[in-house]
Design a binder for this molecule. Sequence first.
Ligand SMILES: *[C@@H]1O[C@H](CO)[C@@H](O)[C@H](O)[C@H]1NC(C)=O
Length: 275
Amino acid sequence: MQRRSAARLGPLLLLLLLPVAWGAGPEPPRADGELQVSSRLAGQAARVALHYLNYRLGSPSALRALGQVRKATVKTIPGIGHKYYLQFTTEDYKSSQNVGTCLATVLYLKRKPRPAVNINCTYTKDQKQTREDDYSFYKKLRQQTKPITGNDIPDSYGHIEPALEPAWALAVAGSSYLMWEKSTENLGYFMAQVKNVKQWITKDDSIDFDYLVILHEIPTQEMISCHLRVIWTPGHPLKVKYFCLSENQQSESEEGSGTESGSTNGIFNEEEANF
Ligand SMILES: *[C@@H]1O[C@H](CO)[C@@H](O)[C@H](O)[C@H]1NC(C)=O
């Protein structure tokens, strides 16, 4: 009896409590100054900077994930938005080994999507080795006579078939573009799974993949399906087009070609940004 009424009250209570927890609007309350390094907003901003980096470098062998936030400060720029100053460690996306520290600024603009990012990182991995890894990766994909196709990467056990690893790594790099674009101060994204992938064999020297990816939105826990087209040539930024359907079926599409605002000083050859 008691349990039943509690269960029924649950959703109602949540509805009543939500507006209080979130303040008057959808923005969590915040003040300028240092943030706790473990705070969600600090981690979210650091991930936005890494989405931008992973997309801009377009290097499947150099994908980074967030290690630990070491320092985070936020400043309100009146009329423009909130700017985060961050220092964090990074891990290799696959091996989880430490691959260097990054300094970044992330500016969430009030009236524009797509946070403005500036990021500089140190490397523990040899740059020449990274380029060689990218190239052998590329060669493998070019030598493909039958297009790669696959479903559910990783599978429900978290396993990635070795033959599908290159396709998956390019999905991570490509989805980084759209996760960077969609991110706001309050909403962050993870690429949960590649639902399916299909390679297009091209006549030029690019690698071309079509994907259906599932993004996990936090803190809403919503799952968003996005169609993604990723075109890659080593040493060049990725070309990405996407089209997303969220649960409420609102659709949006965008495309990128590595020439957007923001910068990755000291780690990116700007001349290579032009196609
Ligand atoms: C990255 O380095 C450039 C050039 O040294 C500098 O102008 C920029 O402020 C740095 N960015 C960050 C976020 O530290």
